[in-house]
Design a protein around this ligand. Sequence first.
Ligand SMILES: Cc1cc2nc3c(=O)[nH]c(=O)nc-3n(C[C@H](O)[C@H](O)[C@H](O)COP(=O)(O)OP(=O)(O)OC[C@H]3O[C@@H](n4cnc5c(N)ncnc54)[C@H](O)[C@@H]3O)c2cc1C
Length: 470
Amino acid sequence: MDNKRVVIVGAGLTGLGAAWELSENGIPPIVIERMPRVGGMAGSIERDGYIFDLGIHGLFPSQKGNEAIVDRMRSLLGDELIPVKKRTAIFFNERYVNYPLRFNDMFRALDWDQMIRCFLDFSKTRIRRRLGHKMDEESFEGWIKSHFGGALYNIYFGPYAKKVWGVSCSRLSSSQLLRRVTTVSLWDIAKKATRRLVGLSTEGKSEYSQQPQIFYYGQRGAKVMAEKIKDVVERNGGTFLLAHDVERINLTPDNRVASVSVRDGSGAEKIIECDYLISTMSLPRLVRSFNPLLPRETLAASNELRYRAILFINLMLARPRVYEAQWVYYSDGKTLFNRINEYPNLGSPHFAPEGKTSLSIEVTCFEGDDGWNRPPEELVKQCVSDLQELDLIREEEIEGYFVTKLPNVYPLFELDTERHLARTMESLSRIGNCSTIGRQGRFMYMNMDEALLEGITECARVRNALESAH
Ligand SMILES: Cc1cc2nc3c(=O)[nH]c(=O)nc-3n(C[C@H](O)[C@H](O)[C@H](O)COP(=O)(O)OP(=O)(O)OC[C@H]3O[C@@H](n4cnc5c(N)ncnc54)[C@H](O)[C@@H]3O)c2cc1C
């Protein structure tokens, strides 16, 4: 194994998990990252005494069995990781209520007439289901309406999903979307509320209540996790090429990866040979990178895979806290944003200078669309006007701002996406010494614990592949 070269594209947590495990097993890899920093989505940006992450990034075991990876990170980071009690809220129906919604909150948030409409609609759909009426369950809109009725869809799910996903909910596939916590928790509450109204038991664990209310956070931002792993990999002999963009993946005539062509910050091209390639970059980008090109059908299928992007409008504010919560959802269609994070509420003094605070406002869009290309000043102007309208901040409190753009954040599951995904993956599986993993690479929602584990688990597959090629 000594002279085998493994190249990893991407220094997000998946790539780092793989690099960590490989380097501990005598295969120090070369990690190529196009950004000048490690961490990918779980990175941080420091400006003028403030630390901004790319959205709140709390580490917790998101699946049963993932406790070990959280413990491993905690022992690696020691005091750098602090336990944080989760405090979130939702601005729903013009009111702030705790999130996840409790039964009483649901009553506080809905007007009586809305509650009655939701109840009647829910009862109607239950009866129709009981009578065996066939209902559309394939689309997100159809699924919600056929389980909870149109009223709840119109009040919450419809406007929120349209804002987050940017496409009509009748085109969104229900299968993957229902995994999203924001949907599940409200769904669970709606179910409880309506069950209580019809006199049924509300006992039983909700999906949401299984999520821990404590998570771990880097005192100096999410990036500390990535930076610490990078240190270990380097100590074990691994190499990082930051600010290097992988442009081409060169294949041999028998369909194996021979090398990757990368461009560094100065524009110079380098060729890096490899025995095995692990990619964590976006699937369409990976498919387009092969030289020679993959079959036309594979390119066409992968081009249908779209991700939503996020713009973070980061405000530095000369005032103490805005919220009590660490993050707040905005579910209606009235505001541009769908979530606001206040990092200083995580309990570490490092996120903002004393007596000051910051907001990181999330706006979703597609990479390259009008929203993505909007000048930062315009985005700030609109968000600040929305925030003033909500009576949250005053313009004169803003000390500074900047906008961060993050592409390929949420895999978008439209009705035929799973078919295109299967075709793309099948074609890639024919390349013997290459794997595509991680949130972008598998086109799959993943939390940080899952991303780390995905990378770590990949090590065994790489070892087997290298041994059998020996
Ligand atoms: C707003 C937001 C909030 C989140 N909150 C949480 C949370 O609270 N808890 C939690 O557990 N998870 C959270 N997550 C999920 C978590 O961030 C991800 O699961 C995890 O970071 C994914 O890691 P990854 O390595 O798979 O992908 P990425 O972090 O996207 O890494 C891929 C890397 O590949 C690089 N790359 C792409 N193309 C190239 C190329 N051509 N050449 C070289 N490099 C390239 C990219 O620059 C990137 O660094 C959140 C995600 C978001 C977006």
